[in-house]
Design a binder for this molecule. Structure first.
Ligand code: SF4
Length: 191
């Protein structure tokens, strides 16, 4: 289950209704959290494409879009669709901004899986390197977190640049919007 970044804090627009609340069957579909690889069956990839398109359409009609996109890029590393973007697109936006955020176990934050705890990114990567033959399920049990959290940290270790030692300045809203536009335009040009 993914919880939307804009549900985690009160905002000036908290009285406005998030479009995703009206479509839980789309936004909470587990497939949105784990996009299928190109090797997945065509039917699964088609179903994912339909879900992604429905979720992004809802986001683009959402009054919280800008705030949500900003939080999902700068403050929280969640899975699934948020702020009209996929997790992969947000990773690309962060790369452009030279920014990184800790992956978060929102199931735990939301109290959905109370026995799980938040884990440190470096701890996940270190344990994986120390136990390369161990299954990810075992690793998740060792860390006391969910399997999807472990996967998210390992994916981040593969795709995101190492965090710089000196903290960069926090991206502005306009910088995030510019990076978003650049990523979307690049994808459109490649399509
Ligand atoms: S932008 Fe999308 S994910 Fe964010 S609150 Fe709106 S509908 Fe939900």
């Amino acid at each position: 289950m993914s919880i939307h970044p804009s549900t985690t804090t009160n905002t000036a627009h908290s009285y406005e209704r998030m479009s995703c609340l009206d479509q839980p069957e789309v936004f909470q579909d587990p497939l949105l959290e784990e996009p299928p690889s190109t090797a997945a069956p065509a039917a699964v990839r088609r179903r994912y494409a339909v879900l992604e398109s429905k979720a992004q359409e809802a986001c683009h009609g959402c009054p919280l879009l800008t705030d949500c996109l900003y939080r999902a890029v700068v403050e929280h590393n969640v899975s699934g669709i948020a702020g009209g973007t996929t997790e992969r697109q947000r990773t690309e936006i962060r790369k452009r901004l030279r920014w990184s955020v800790q992956a978060e176990d929102f199931d735990t934050l939301a109290g959905v899986t109370g026995r799980h705890r938040q884990v440190d990114h470096d701890e996940v990567v270190r344990l994986r390197h120390a136990n390369p033959h161990e299954s990810l399920e075992t690793l998740a049990q060792r860390l006391g977190c969910s399997l999807s959290t472990v996967k998210r940290h390992l994916r981040r270790a593969r795709t995101e640049p190492r965090r710089p030692k000196k903290a960069p300045s926090v991206p502005t809203v306009s910088a995030v919007l510019a990076a978003y536009a650049a990523v979307i335009n690049r994808l459109r040009a490649a399509a």
